[in-house]
Design a protein around this ligand. Structure first.
Ligand SMILES: [Zn+2]
Length: 437
């Protein structure tokens, strides 16, 4: 695979690529965390991000000398972290070897705990998915049952793959609530009774003592997935907005997830868009979530349908056993129902107006729209786009792309796998002096 020219043209400042270990544990106390020198870490991250790299690619992409890169490549080959691929490319008459991560190094699992489902994916170190599984589950059943079920499923999937439990080097989990990432704990999650401060990591660690486990908020995890394997590949500044039962955003800043001081950056669902609007479950009035998320769309539509304003919506309501969902409103809007179109447009306008403020504030290169409600389709996207363009500064929208998620229902799992991978290779503090070379 030839590296895209636009990628090569950009020279990364090595300082932006250096990432501190995010979890505040003493080095060496976590299982399966591999200490690398700062240079090795940068090379591993680049190879991970773009799949394959030749030495020339690495030289043109970093500030490092060819000698330094050659030394690091040898060390990484010795550690079996990377492998030489059979594919070679001729550059200027010379054969050029390509390096990629060693798939056989081990396995990494990504778990996406949704309000009503468990999604699991297991990948090898090259990022290739070797197992994928989904089943319905209510997060309200509490951590003991849900985590027990997840561990059982992981064990089954690993064994079905012909592997042993100790081959699992990392587990990333996305959860639908606010997480203090530094300690891996949920903090008063509104839709997860029994999960507040629950020790998720030690619980799973008992089943998988060899795995390095990380927990993050589901929207952050989806943003990470989109950056690594979706529409956001190669985009350094990105906002991923999830529109589902709630509304939240994941922020990618300079190629890394931005969590803020306490882990709740991106909680845009509770930005007020109408001080006199409907009451939100957070206790305030007129939050974006209370006006434009799935339940808000459904309840406004139901009200209108029952008032006889939309025969199409009433028909969906009756044929669904007296339930009207946001996706039905989407379907009715595609069929040309005037009221459904108006409700979708209105929601898009509110979401777009909040995004416009974020665009002016943060100047992202891309906004990715995901979550169940995004299935409503192009009408929602065009309404959001219109509102963003109308309300943002022209310079901020000159190169701005607003697109749907490409990872779709896999966003959480792909993101959780990448989150786990992000935390397996850490910079050894004892070797950090090499960063100044
Ligand atoms: Zn609120």
């Amino acid at each position: 695979m030839a590296l895209a020219r636009d990628v090569l043209q950009k020279k990364y400042r090595t300082t932006t690529l250096l990432e501190k270990p995010v979890r505040q544990y003493q080095e060496g106390t976590l299982p399966n965390q591999y200490s690398l020198s700062p240079t090795e870490k940068i090379l591993v991250d680049l190879i991970r991000k773009y799949g394959e790299f030749s030495k020339s690619d690495l030289v043109s992409f970093t500030d490092f000398s060819r000698t330094k890169i050659s030394t690091c490549i040898e060390t990484l080959l010795d550690k079996h972290i990377i492998v030489v691929n059979d594919v070679t490319e001729y550059t200027g008459g010379r054969r050029s070897k390509k390096y990629s991560l060693n798939g056989d190094f081990g396995l990494v699992a990504g778990v996406d705990i949704g309000a009503t489902s468990i999604d699991i994916g297991i990948a090898d170190f090259s990022g290739k998915l070797v197992a994928r599984y989904t089943e319905p589950a209510s997060v309200k059943d509490g951590p003991i049952r849900i985590l027990g079920r997840i561990c059982t499923l992981l064990e089954i999937l690993i064994k079905e793959n012909g592997s042993e439990l100790h081959h699992l080097h990392g587990i990333g989990l996305g959860v639908p609530g606010p997480v203090d990432f530094s300690v891996g704990l949920l903090m008063t999650p509104p839709i997860m009774p029994g999960w507040d401060h629950y020790p998720i990591i030690p619980t799973i660690q008992q089943w998988f003592p060899s795995a390095n486990i990380v927990v993050d908020n589901d929207v952050n995890v989806m943003a990470i997935g989109e950056m690594h394997q979706g529409a956001g590949k190669g985009v350094d500044n990105l906002i991923f907005i999830k529109i589902g039962t709630g509304i939240g955003a994941g922020i990618i800043c300079e190629g890394k997830i931005y969590r803020g001081s306490n882990g709740c950056a991106g909680d845009v669902g509770h930005i007020s868009v109408d001080h006199n609007g409907p009451l939100c479950h957070c206790g305030n009035r007129g939050c974006l979530e209370a006006i434009a998320a799935g339940p808000a769309i459904a309840s406004r539509s139901l009200e209108a349908a029952l008032a006889g304003k939309s025969p199409a919506l009433l028909q969906y309501y009756e044929s669904n056993g007296h339930i009207l969902r946001a996706e039905d409103v989407g379907k009715a809007s595609k069929e040309g129902d005037v009221l459904a179109i108006e409700i979708v447009r209105e929601s898009g306008k509110h979401i777009g107006s909040v995004l416009a403020s974020l665009v002016n504030f943060f100047n992202p290169g891309m906004i990715v729209i995901g979550g169940g409600v995004s299935n409503i389709g192009d009408l929602l996207l065009s309404s959001i786009r219109q509102a963003v363009l109308r309300r943002s500064l022209p310079l901020a929208t000159r190169d701005l792309q607003i697109v749907f998620s490409e990872t779709g229902p896999d966003a959480g799992v792909i993101g959780a796998i990448n989150l786990a991978m992000d935390n397996i290779f850490v910079i050894s503090s004892s070797r950090s002096e090499q960063a100044t070379e």
